[in-house]
Ligand binder design. Structure first.
Ligand code: NAG
Length: 329
């Protein structure tokens, strides 16, 4: 099937707020309308994957292909850590083909991919993955720092979370490529403002936010306190339905007790961290799996459902919610 996403990039519109003191650029938007007649949307979500097929990456890819075909997916989301261990060296790095093009080969996966950067991607040449040259090597690739996909009944907000984590700026054993991030305080405050503004003006029925890092997680990395403090209040204030991340190499679903917001980890694209699990309130922990796999997301006018699958294509967990707008008279 031909890529049919009518992706239109609306160029940056720059607003000058308070007489030029604070300049907030509006996030880049892509319009990706559902192709199914009923307006429903089917998506696959995978994270933490690029290892030349090793650590079951190829098995996960194979099952994604089967599921992608069955569901006739509209597009695929990558939650980051796209290329291990150190991102890409430049936009001609063979790793791009070896870990992406030659792995996700099923026809059903030749749809648009929307990817964010993970911390490992920042350890390479960060500009390489953002380079338009990669789209020429493989047309399904798209990776940006923070951006929006408008898809009829649902808006997706992709957030560049790596620069939020303090420890990467003091760590001595790894180098990060912070080009485009400095000055950091300004970068972070702009990202938060842009996301908040975009959420506020969104009229979509469903709002989904994607970032590489966890907000809440019982896995190896655990919570990301910087995001709990800075991003979470914005998501809660704007009635976001899902926050989807990678970073912890597991599959996980944590719910909130006081809002509809659900925290979903799809970080099982290759090397998994067996046996890593920290105690969590059982009322909130809906599901945790320390092996490999991926997530599916289905959104219709009235319902949203997610499911997690393992390397055998077996379903591990399923959850759904509904939102009816009809007014009965
Ligand atoms: C691949 O997946 C199987 C099934 O979950 C698991 O037993 C095996 O350890 C995995 N291999 C690697 C290298 O992670």
């Amino acid at each position: 099937m031909a890529i049919n996403n009518k992706t239109t990039a609306i160029l940056l519109v720059v607003y000058t707020v308070v007489a030029g003191v604070i300049v907030v650029a509006e996030l880049q938007r892509f319009d990706h309308q559902p192709t199914k007649a009923d307006g429903s949307l089917d998506i696959l979500v995978v994270g933490d994957w690029g290892r030349r097929g090793l650590y079951n990456q190829s098995d996960v890819a194979f099952q994604m292909g089967k599921m992608g075909d069955k569901l006739d997916v509209d597009f695929i989301i990558s939650t980051g850590d796209n290329f291990y261990d150190d991102g890409l060296t430049d936009d001609e790095d063979p790793l791009f083909v070896e870990s992406f093009t030659e792995i996700y080969t099923a026809d059903s996966l030749q749809k648009q991919w929307y990817s964010v950067l993970g911390n490992h991607d920042y350890r390479g040449n960060v500009l390489a993955q953002l380079s338009p040259a990669l789209k020429k090597r493989d047309s399904k690739w798209l990776c940006l720092r923070s951006f929006i996909v408008n898809s009829g009944i649902v808006d997706f907000f992709f957030v560049d979370t790596t620069p939020f984590q303090d420890k990467y700026f003091t760590e001595e054993d790894h180098d990060y490529d912070w080009r485009g991030v400095h000055p950091r305080e300004e970068y972070l405050s702009n990202v938060l403002k842009e996301v908040e503004m975009a959420l506020e003006v969104s009229s979509a029925k469903w709002k989904i936010v994607i970032g590489h890092h966890t907000i809440f997680s019982a896995g190896h990395h655990g919570n990301t306190q910087e995001l709990v403090d800075q991003l979470l209040p914005i998501l809660e204030a704007n009635e976001v339905d899902l926050y989807i991340n990678g970073h912890d190499h597991c599959l996980q679903h944590i719910s909130s007790e006081n809002s509809q917001l659900q925290f979903l980890t799809s970080g099982g694209g290759s090397k998994a961290w067996r046996g890593e699990f920290n105690e969590w309130d059982p009322n909130q922990m809906k599901f945790y799996y320390d092996g490999q796999g991926f997530m599916t997301l289905r959104v219709t006018e009235d319902e949203m459902s997610v499911a997690f699958f393992d390397v055998f294509g077996d379903i591990l967990h399923q959850w759904s919610t509904s939102k009816y707008t009809h007014t009965d008279s």
